[in-house]
Structures are given as C-alpha cells and as structure tokens.
Design a protein around this ligand. Structure first.
Ligand SMILES: NC(=O)c1ccc[n+]([C@@H]2O[C@H](COP(=O)([O-])OP(=O)(O)OC[C@H]3O[C@@H](n4cnc5c(N)ncnc54)[C@H](OP(=O)(O)O)[C@@H]3O)[C@@H](O)[C@H]2O)c1
Length: 302
C-alpha cells in the first residue's frame, strides 16, 4: 500500500466500481463521491455530493482527483432535458471541482487531476487517423467534450497536472455498451450498423482502469490522452467478431435511418467513424492487457 489520498467521483459507475478497489490497493485512502453516499470499507471513505459541488471538505488532503461522474449518454431517450443533464453533469461539476482546488492553499492542492472525456471529442471523421493532436469534431458530444476538457484544463494554471482521458467505448462483462450490443445477438438479430465501415474506438475496462492508474502515477503524462485499444476496428469487424465470440449469426444490418430515428442526436456516436489511436499511451510505454478486440470480447463475454 502506498501513501496518499485519492478523491474519485463516479465511483459507483461501470469504470469506478473496477477502479476503486485498485486504488485502495495502492493508496492510503480513497474518498468516493456519490449522490447516494456509500459504505465505509477498508481504506475507502464515502462522501456525498449533489453531482456538481464536492464541497470544501472533500478536497482536504487529497493528492489526486479522478472525475468520472456524469449522466449516462446511452441511458434513455435523448430528450432535451437529458441532453442538458449529459452536458451539465460533466461541465458544471468539472468547473466546480476546479474552483474548489483554486480555493485551497497552493501547497494543499492536489498534484494531479484525471478527468474523463470521450472519443466523441473527434466527431465523425471517416478514414482520418486521430491522435491527440487532431482537431476536435462537430456535433453535440464533440461540443460537450471540448467544454469538459476546457474546464478541466483550468486546473493547470493552479499548478495541477491535468489529464483528460478521451475514452473509447468501454467493454466490460458487467454492463455498459456491450450489454446493449449483446441484446440483438441473443435474439438472433445481430448485424452491422449502417454500412459497417465506420471505425469503432473501444477499450477493455481493465485497460482503462490501468490507464487511469498510469495517468495518476506517470508525471510525464498531461493534457488529452486517447484511452482506446491499439487495434482499430470497423463496425463490420466488431459485428463479425462479436457474432463469433457469442456463436451467433450476424446477418441483419441495422439501417442508419432507423438508428437515427431511435437515438436522435446521439446516433452519431454509433454511426460516426473515429479511427482513434492511443499515441500518447503507447509513447509513454503503457502496456495493454487486451490489445485485440477478439481477446477483449472473449474475456468480457465469458
Ligand atoms: N462507459 C463508456 O463506454 C464510456 C465511453 C466514453 C467515455 N466514458 C466516460 O467515462 C466516465 C465513466 O464512465 P462509466 O461508464 O463508468 O459511467 P457510468 O457507469 O454511467 O457512471 C458514472 C457515475 O456518474 C454518476 N452520475 C450519473 N448520472 C449523474 C448525474 N446526472 N449527475 C452527476 N453524477 C451522475 C453516478 O454515480 P452516483 O449515482 O454514485 O452519484 C454513476 O455511477 C463517464 O464520464 C463517461 O462519460 C465512458
């Protein structure tokens, strides 16, 4: 066990639930921010918040902050109210966390701020290869990510090292996108989305957890960091690989117009193409446990 205190929001989420025990193995104390409190466990101290303002006490004595909380993007129909929640739960909370850091004595500020972002930053980019230097894209989620990262960067002027993880679709046994993707296959209705040529940026949850720990501990890493696996796949390859792993047919394509009708402004997240490469993680020497899609799906679907 190491020294130090880590504050984490979104601790009850898909990624947070895997990350918290790993943090507790490495740090003296992990303070978890949740809207519903939580249970005290060995080296884990729950703290309540309203989803926006962590309060002054939560930041006390903290060495690193990991901010993962946010209204789920695919958690229901994209009504105006939900789109506003997707945006505000990320941007307003990040701004407030940075304000709370600014209010601390400089010597008492956290050294590191790791804030989630998403590959949605890049919009829909066809065949372009996207590393961290690539320009942002257009669309609702691209704008949310751009503002989210801008708020996080506000901590840099306070002497805090900031890493914005541009996270790809997280593949995990316990839920998230993979649970949704498995439903049509289990009904024998699996198939590519649209024309299937769009690149699908993904990462196995264990690699995302390891990349987050790497970001906290690797002082050379800062700014935007693509958190995706090194193997870029197209939707068609994703569909065929998932069908093979699940031993199910992949015959019925889901037409783009039907997806747009069902998902509205977030359809671009599934239909858009993003060939994202983890340039900074690779350059920094990060080792992926699940670098190939087939291996990642075999673990997550076992
Ligand atoms: N999973 C993916 O495929 C993926 C891909 C790209 C980016 N990301 C980003 O990575 C982060 C973590 O992802 P995740 O999949 O672990 O998220 P998640 O499972 O959806 O959960 C995140 C946590 O956010 C909190 N939350 C939910 N709605 C909220 C709201 N309206 N206001 C404030 N807090 C709210 C909840 O915690 P409490 O109920 O305990 O408060 C929840 O446990 C998110 O910011 C997400 O946008 C995820």
């Amino acid at each position: 066990m190491g020294e130090g205190v880590v504050l984490i929001s979104g601790a009850t989420g898909l990624v947070g639930r895997r990350l918290v025990p790993r943090l507790a193995e490495r740090y003296a104390l992990v303070r978890t921010l949740s809207r519903s409190g939580g249970v005290v466990r060995d080296r884990i101290e729950p703290a309540s918040w309203d989803g926006v303002d962590p309060g002054a006490a939560a930041l006390g004595g903290v060495d690193a902050v990991v901010h993962l909380a946010g209204e789920p993007v695919f958690g229901g129909l994209p009504t105006q109210a939900r789109l506003a929640r997707i945006r505000e739960s990320r941007i307003a909370s990040t701004r407030r966390i940075v304000e709370r850091m600014a209010a601390l004595d400089p010597a008492a500020r956290p050294k590191t701020f790791v804030c989630a972002s998403a590959v949605g930053y890049y919009g829909d980019r066809g065949e372009e290869r996207l590393d961290e230097q690539s320009a942002p894209g257009e669309g609702f989620l691209a704008e949310v990510c751009r503002e989210w990262e801008r708020e996080a960067r506000g901590a840099e002027s306070l002497g805090v090292r900031v890493v914005s993880l541009r996270i790809g679709v997280v593949l995990a046994r316990e839920g998230g996108a993979l649970a949704l993707m498995r439903i049509p296959f289990s009904l024998g209705l699996g198939g590519r989305l649209g024309d299937g040529r769009q690149f699908f940026p993904w990462i196995h949850v264990e690699d995302l957890v390891a990349a987050t720990l790497f970001a906290i501990e690797n002082a050379a890493l800062s700014g935007a960091v693509n958190a995706v696996a090194p193997q870029a796949v197209r939707n068609l390859e994703l569909t065929e690989t998932l069908a093979r792993v699940l031993r199910r047919p992949a015959k019925l394509p889901a037409p783009a117009f039907a997806l747009r009708a069902a998902l509205g402004r977030v359809a671009g997240e599934l239909l858009g193409s993003r060939q994202v490469v983890p340039a900074k993680l690779v350059e920094a020497g990060f080792d992926f446990v699940h670098p190939t899609l087939e291996g990642a799906l075999r673990e997550a679907c076992a």
